[in-house]
Write a protein that binds this ligand. Structure first.
Ligand code: GDP
Ligand code: IMO
Ligand code: MG
Length: 427
C-alpha cells in the first residue's frame, strides 16, 4: 500500500479542502504535512460551510483518522478555536484527530516577529497572513523551536520562557513595532492545556504501520507549488516545502511509498499577497473573475488577485510534483465569459519559451495568450459526464495534452456534490 498526495499547483486556494473531503471515503488516514494556520481550506456540504486551518479535511467523515504531521506548525489558540467550531457542528474530534510530537508550536511572539518584519519591509512586504509561520519555521531550522512533544516535558514552561526571552530581544530590532504580549500569552498557555485533550503521537510509526496494515493514506497539502520555499516565487513564498517532497519530510514517508499525486488547479489563476503573477488581470476582467469566483481569502478575507490560466507555470508544477492525476476546479466561474485566454508561452529575453525561467517579474516575462471559446451558462447543476459542454471538454483535452496528465476530477461548484469524477477508479 502506498500513500497518495493531494496538493495545490498554483498559488494556493485551488480547492484542496473540497477535494480532500470528496476523496476521504477512499482512505483510512488523512494527514496534513506542512503549513499551519496560514491555510484556509473550505468544505461545503449539507448547506453548511466549514473552513479548516490546521485540521485535516477528513475530519467530517466517519471512521477516518486525521493526522497533523511533523511538518506542520501549530498555533494552539487557533487550533482550539477550530476544535470549538467543530464541536458546535456536532463533530467529535478527540479520537479522530492526533498530532505528531515532532510538529512545531507557533508562539505569540512568532506572530509579533512576523508582523514586525512585514512592517519593516514596507512596500517590499511578503503579504504574509501574519500567523507567525515564517518565524516558527525559522526557529525550527535554526534549532530553537518548541515542539508538541515538549508539552509533555515537566520543564515546558521554562523552555517556553527561554524562547520568549530570545524573541523579545529580537523584537528590540524593530523599535517602531509596538506590541502587547499579555493578552495572547495567557490565552496561549490555556490553549496548550486544551491541546492535551488530544493524543500526541510518533506519527511516522503510525503512518508506516497504516500502510503495512493496508489502510490508505491521503497526504493533504497546504498553500501551493508557487509558494514553495525552494521552487516558488522566492522571496514571495511561504516557509515550507509545499510540493510532493514535502509530504515525505512532513510525514516521514519514504519516497518509494508515494503512490498517486493529485494536483489541483483552478481553470484560471489566483494569488493572495505580494509577488510576481505573469497572467494577472489588473483591469475589469480581473474584477469580473474575482466577483464571479468569490475570490476572497478564506483565512484573511483579502481580495485575491486574478488572472488567466498559465500553462508554463502549470507544467512546471506538474514536473516538480510528479503529478499523476489532475483536478480542475471552478470551471463554472468561467461560464460568465464568452471567450477566455490561456497563457501558452512567455516572451523571455526576446525569445518565445514554454517553461518557467528563474525570474517571472513583469519586466522579465510577458505572457503570450491563446483565446478559447467558453461554455457560457450555469454549470453548477452539471452532474453527468455525458453532459459536459463540448467547449469545456476541448479545454480539458487541451490541458491534458499540454501537461501529459489526465484530468480525473472536474469541479463545477463549491459543494461536495458539485463534482464530476472522470476517472472511474475514483468512483
Ligand atoms: P484551498 O485552500 O485550496 O482548500 O481552497 P480555499 O478553500 O481557500 O478556496 C477555494 C474556494 O473556492 C472556496 O471558497 C471554495 O468553497 C470554492 N470552490 C471550490 N471549488 C469550487 C468550484 O468548483 N466552483 C466554485 N465556484 N467554487 C469552488
Ligand atoms: P491554502 O492552504 C493562499 C501566502 C500569503 C503570502 C505568502 C506567505 O489555503 O491554499 P505566510 O503566512 O505563509 O508567511 O504567507 O503565502 N499564503 C497563501 N495563499 N493560500 C494559502 O493557503 C496561503 N498560505 C500562505 O498570502 O503571500
Ligand atoms: Mg485556502
Amino acid at each position: 500500500m502506498k500513500a497518495d498526495v493531494l496538493l495545490g499547483l498554483q498559488w494556493g486556494d485551488e480547492g484542496k479542502g473540497k477535494i480532500v473531503d470528496v476523496l476521504t471515503p477512499k482512505y483510512g488516514v488523512i494527514a496534513r504535512f506542512q503549513g499551519g494556520p496560514n491555510a484556509g481550506h473550505t468544505l461545503i456540504f449539507d448547506g453548511q460551510k466549514h473552513v479548516l486551518h490546521t485540521i485535516p479535511s477528513g475530519i467530517f467523515r466517519k471512521n477516518i483518522l486525521n493526522v497533523v504531521g511533523n511538518g506542520v506548525v501549530v498555533d494552539p489558540i487557533i487550533f482550539q478555536k477550530e476544535i470549538e467550531g467543530l464541536l458546535k457542528s456536532g463533530v467529535e474530534p478527540f479520537t479522530s484527530l492526533v498530532i505528531s510530537r515532532k510538529a512545531h508550536l507557533i508562539t505569540p511572539t512568532h506572530g509579533h516577529l512576523d508582523a514586525a518584519s512585514e512592517q519593516a519591509k514596507g512596500k517590499a512586504k511578503i503579504g504574509s497572513t501574519l500567523k507567525g509561520i515564517g518565524p516558527a519555521y525559522m526557529d525550527k531550522t535554526g534549532r530553537n523551536g518548541l515542539r508538541i512533544g515538549d508539552i509533555e516535558n515537566p520543564n515546558f514552561k521554562d523552555m517556553y520562557n527561554a524562547l520568549r526571552e530570545k524573541h523579545i530581544h529580537m523584537l528590540e530590532q524593530y523599535p517602531e513595532y509596538e506590541y502587547d504580549l499579555s493578552e495572547f500569552e495567557s490565552k496561549w498557555l490555556s490553549s496548550i492545556e486544551f491541546l492535551k485533550k488530544f493524543k500526541f503521537i510518533d506519527s511516522e510509526h503510525l503512518l508506516s504501520k497504516s500502510l503495512s496494515d493496508g489502510h490508505g493514506i491521503l497526504a493533504e497539502g497546504a498553500q501551493g507549488t508557487m509558494l514553495d520555499i525552494d521552487f516558488g516565487t522566492y522571496p514571495f513564498v511561504t516557509s515550507s516545502n509545499t510540493i510532493t517532497a514535502g509530504a515525505c519530510t512532513g510525514l516521514g514517508l519514504p519516497p518509494n511509498k508515494i503512490g498517486e499525486v493529485f494536483g489541483i488547479f483552478k481553470a484560471y489563476c489566483t494569488r493572495v499577497g505580494s509577488g510576481p503573477f505573469p497572467t494577472e488581470l489588473l483591469e475589469k476582467t480581473g474584477d469580473k473573475l474575482r466577483a464571479a469566483g468569490a475570490e476572497f481569502g478564506a483565512t484573511t478575507g483579502r481580495p485575491r488577485r486574478c488572472g488567466w490560466l498559465d500553462l508554463p507555470q502549470l507544467k512546471y508544477a506538474v514536473m516538480i510534483n510528479g503529478v499523476t492525476q489532475l483536478c480542475m476546479m471552478k470551471a463554472d466561474v468561467l461560464g460568465e465569459f464568452d471567450e477566455i485566454k490561456v497563457c501558452t508561452h512567455y516572451v523571455y529575453k526576446g525569445d518565445k519559451i514554454d517553461y518557467l525561467p528563474y525570474g517571472i517579474e513583469p519586466n522579465e516575462v510577458q505572457p503570450v495568450y491563446k483565446t478559447f471559446d467558453c461554455w457560457p451558462g450555469d454549470l453548477t447543476g452539471l452532474r453527468e459526464v455525458e453532459n459536459i459542454p463540448s467547449s469545456l471538454l476541448d479545454y480539458v483535452k487541451m490541458i491534458e495534452k499540454e501537461t501529459g496528465v489526465p484530468i480525473s476530477i472536474l469541479s463545477v461548484g463549491p459543494d461536495r456534490e458539485q463534482t464530476l469524477i472522470l476517472n472511474d477508479d475514483l468512483k
